[in-house]
Design a binder for this molecule. Structure first.
Ligand SMILES: *Cc1c(COP(=O)(O)O)cnc(C)c1O
Length: 656
């Protein structure tokens, strides 16, 4: 369906549309189902009897819960305005614990004779506080770090505390990168160079001679197993990374020639992120096991088997092979991996290696929630028709009045076709100068009246014709959120990733509006229009509450701790948002561990090479000239310059 410029009504927050009634009997259980909470929230989020969203932590002393209302109050008291990226430290700790425990259990249950080591891939969330939390909570498990660039290796060198933790260096490495790795070796850390190309090997061999240190070398192989899902680009013959079989043999030969075959200890592969189907994990691993076996048979003293990332997050809560889900849980993942490696290697009598995974997304996704407030709503509510229908209306409008009178007595699709036809006729007459502006406005409103009526009646249809489904979507409200998709949820824009989105309060009231969410950027892509539905189907609209002028309306976007924080950009010069890290204590208090103020406007401007001081002087000169030519008073000049200066120091987002 063509949607011509739609008649729109912008309601400032004060105005509450009147036509929908609030169901007093709405229960929080209905909200749970509507937003699919039990599917994606694991045991971290729930709704309390007041209708507030809660966060639950696990401590040695039980499971204290805190409501988002309490957290938001605390943020406000500290002057941290929305949008805020909220990080919940307890959830990082819980993930690190669960990951290591799941593999420990799988290893023990199978009598696997190797160990498990996790490494966190820094690229998934490089924030200092996050990496530190992972290192702290993973210390007893020797949780390590994976670095894909020099900057990340510097982070790893500064952050890893245990010498039994691994530092895995992936990515293309220049001499400086390699020298940094050698410093780690010299200090006694287990730093692996994973070869992505043969050229790197020559450089490593040369630098090893220079430092007179035996490096730990790994090789990344390119598997041919194809995997499903959004992030599958890393698999198959054409994958960007890794060595072919021919190159792999080249590595063995060259190391042997240099008397360095001893250094070759690790085999690495990475099938892609968000592996939705456990069969892909198993198939890829089986193929990789044959590489492992082949190399060992060739005399390579492998000890570590690094399976890369891919452990998926169930964003839509369907536990399926849909792109935003996965058909397995953590324990199954661990068991399948341990058993597959064991079975494959036992057949050849090969020692069990240390299994390494680089699980990033799974580890950090749940810890972060983006919180924003809604600024305004525009909806497509028609005005009431006047009691006295004006005389002398043009034909298309008269026909529309007839159509309106009989909606419900004929097929809805037919009424819809008619309304659309007459409206187009009306628009043509207007363009030809045969209909006045007021007449057209009357007709457009009438059209909206008819399609609203059709839309409401279509809710009862067993099978919704696709036209009418689109109609419903095009009539949904637009809620304007105080955030930037490009800055805070880049994957929602770039790859249509679905994240759970829901209100953080009023969950004991029925959400009577259907809406999409637009952000502050003036970009037609700056919106959220795919949502997790209760049944797991992706929905094009989200049910939200009518705004109430007496209180702000807060919405949360969940599971955003992986990949979102640094991929963001400065579209429309909206900068980094405020960030708050909290910890829930054993007695259910909220500790504000760290607050990071988002970018000021001056900071954002300097990123694009403006000099805020110079901008201020230039503006001051303009105001001064206006004083001289008596356009404004000296006092007005003072106020203007002050406003300019204050704005430079302000938040880039909407401030109340
Ligand atoms: C991105 C990446 C990871 C992380 O994958 P997740 O699916 O987030 O766990 C791990 N290893 C390598 C080599 C990567 O490129």
């Amino acid at each position: 369906m063509k949607t011509e410029p739609k008649p729109r009504k912008k309601n400032p927050i004060k105005q509450v549309p009147s036509n929908s009634s609030t169901d007093q009997d709405w229960t929080v259980q209905q909200s749970r189902e509507l937003y699919g909470v039990s599917g994606w929230a694991e045991d971290y989020f729930d709704i309390d009897s007041n209708g507030d969203l809660t966060v639950t932590a696990k401590t040695s002393n039980g499971k204290p819960s805190v409501s988002m209302a309490t957290i938001i109050d605390g943020l406000n008291q500290r002057g941290l305005k929305t949008p805020v990226m909220l990080r919940i430290e307890n959830l990082i700790e819980d993930r690190v614990l669960r990951l290591n425990n799941a593999f420990a259990k799988a290893v023990a249950d199978a009598n696997y004779r190797g160990a498990y080591r996790a490494v966190f891939p820094i690229k998934v969330n490089q924030q200092h506080h996050v990496v530190d939390s992972i290192m702290r909570s993973g210390q007893t498990f020797n949780h390590g770090l994976e670095a894909g660039s020099k900057a990340e290796l510097l982070v790893a060198l500064a952050s890893v505390s245990s010498k039994d933790s691994l530092i895995v260096c992936n990515g293309y490495k220049d001499e400086e990168f390699i020298d940094l790795g050698f410093t780690a070796c010299q200090l006694g850390y287990q730093c692996f160079f994973v070869l992505e190309t043969l050229e790197e090997l020559d450089l490593i061999i040369r630098r090893a001679k220079h430092f007179d240190v035996q490096p730990l070398i790994g090789a990344r192989v390119k598997l041919t197993t194809k995997v499903e899902g959004h992030w599958a680009g890393d698999s198959g013959d054409r994958s960007l990374f890794g060595l072919t079989t021919v190159e792999l043999i080249g590595v063995v030969d060259r190391l042997r020639d240099n008397d360095m075959l001893d250094c070759f200890r690790l085999l690495h592969f990475h099938l892609g992120s968000q592996l939705t189907n456990i069969r892909n994990v198993r198939d890829g691993l089986k193929e990789a096991c044959q590489y492992y076996i082949g190399l060992v048979q060739d005399g390579v003293p492998l000890e570590y088997f690094d399976l890369g990332g891919g452990l998926a997050v169930d964003y839509d809560g369907t536990a399926s092979t849909e792109p935003h889900s996965r058909n397995y849980n953590l324990q199954e993942y661990a068991v399948d991996i341990v058993e597959t490696v064991m079975k494959s290697l036992d057949a050849y009598g090969i020692d069990h290696p240390v299994i390494v995974t680089e699980s990033g997304r799974w580890t950090v996704a749940p810890m972060s929630v983006l919180i924003f407030n809604v600024l305004a709503v525009s909806n497509f509510e028609p005005d009431d028709l006047p009691e006295q229908i004006p005389e002398g209306l043009c034909d298309p409008i008269r026909s529309m009045l007839e159509t309106f009178a009989i909606v419900g007595t004929q097929r809805l699709q037919e009424s819809y076709n008619d309304a659309l036809y007459y409206r187009d006729q009306l628009r043509k007459l207007f363009s030809a100068g045969k209909v006045t502006l007021r007449e057209r406005a009357f007709g457009e409103n009438l059209y909206l009246k008819i399609v609203k009526e059709i839309s409401q009646r279509s809710a009862d249809l067993k099978r919704m014709p696709s036209d009418l489904a689109e109609l419903n979507e095009s009539l949904s409200d637009i809620y304007y959120g105080n955030f930037s998709v490009f800055q805070s949820l880049p994957d929602a824009w770039a790859i249509d990733q679905v994240f759970p989105v829901m209100p953080l309060h009023r969950l004991n009231e029925e959400p009577t509006r259907k809406a999409i969410i637009a952000d502050l950027t003036c970009d037609c892509d700056g919106k959220l229009d795919r949502f997790v539905g209760g049944d797991g189907e992706t929905q094009r609209t989200l049910q939200l509450h009518e705004l109430d002028s007496s209180q702000p309306y807060y919405v949360g976007v969940f599971l955003v701790g992986a990949y979102q924080e640094t991929l963001g950009d400065l579209h429309n010069l909206f900068g980094d948002n405020n960030v708050a890290s909290i910890r829930i204590t054993e007695d259910g208090e909220v500790e504000f561990v760290e607050e990071v103020s988002g970018d000021t406007i001056a900071q954002v401007l300097s990123y694009v090479e403006y000099d805020p001081q110079q901008m201020l002087s230039r503006f001051r000169a303009k105001a001064e000239a206006a004083v001289r030519s008596q356009q404004i008073t000296v006092k007005a000049r003072q106020e203007m310059v002050q406003l300019f200066r204050d704005s430079l120091q302000g938040y880039t987002y909407f401030e109340e």
